[in-house]
Design a protein around this ligand. Structure first.
Ligand code: B16
Ligand code: MG
Length: 217
């Protein structure tokens, strides 16, 4: 088909943000400062390394490089404990129906996530085989808001960026999609994601005919 879709993972397909929060909070507890859900918003869509930097600046803590590496490893081990307990019931409402709709329309879709754990998460929820390609934190060198992850996604779709529609829940992700010259669809709070071309509270709100206008362009 002449259009394609790129999905963010955390916050669009599954809500792994709550597990990231618990794991980062454990780390903050260890370091002796408070880490709130509001703080966690700042980490959404941001790479693991960058997340640690933001967390440490919230706590006003500075660490040696080797300590940082240690904490990155232990945070991820903690996070994996939650992830490996996930199942298909944790797929966000509307996601599977949307993928079915795209299948019916013959529109290909790939994943465009910052997470290095994306393949594991997709396997846990039985969605791994549905995506034409997985572009994740292992395949990019520049994190969102850099458009790299989505530009690689467009290559996997064999489409030019203008023909790609990105579904994102994070400000950094919407910014990346816009920089890539793609259509951005913000999933979540409209005021937070006001840079997006289209806004929906969640995937159940996307009308069945949403893709028609792009197909006829
Ligand atoms: P990991 P997304 C992002 O996933 C998360 O939103 C962000 O909070 C996390 O730090 C990042 O993945 C890296 O994740 O530690 O698993 O490599 O929203 O881009 O799908
Ligand atoms: Mg996200």
């Amino acid at each position: 088909n002449k259009i394609g879709v790129i999905f963010d993972l955390d916050g669009v397909i599954v809500d792994t943000a709550k597990y990231h929060f618990l794991a980062w909070k454990n780390l903050a507890d260890d370091l002796g400062f408070e880490f709130t859900e509001a703080h966690n918003e700042l980490l959404k869509g941001v790479s693991r390394v960058r997340s640690l930097e933001i967390l440490l600046s919230i706590g006003n803590v500075s660490l040696s490089e080797s300590k940082k590496q240690e904490y990155l490893v232990s945070k991820n081990e903690d996070y994996l404990n939650y992830i490996t307990k996930m199942g298909p019931e944790e797929i966000l409402p509307g996601a599977e129906k949307l993928l079915d709709n795209l299948d019916d329309l013959g529109i290909s879709y790939v994943l465009g996530s910052a997470s290095k754990n994306a393949p594991l998460i997709l396997k846990q929820v039985n969605l791994f085989d549905r995506f034409k390609a997985i572009v994740d934190g292992n395949s990019v060198s520049k994190a969102k808001p850099d458009p790299e992850v989505f530009l690689i996604g467009a290559e996997k779709l064999n489409l030019s960026p203008e023909k790609c529609i990105v579904f994102e829940d994070a400000i950094a992700g919407v910014e990346a999609a816009n920089k890539a010259n793609m259509t951005s669809v913000g999933i979540g709070d409209e005021d937070t994601l006001n840079e997006a071309d289209y806004n929906f509270n969640n995937l159940t709100e996307i009308p069945k005919n949403f893709f028609e206008k792009f197909l006829s362009e």
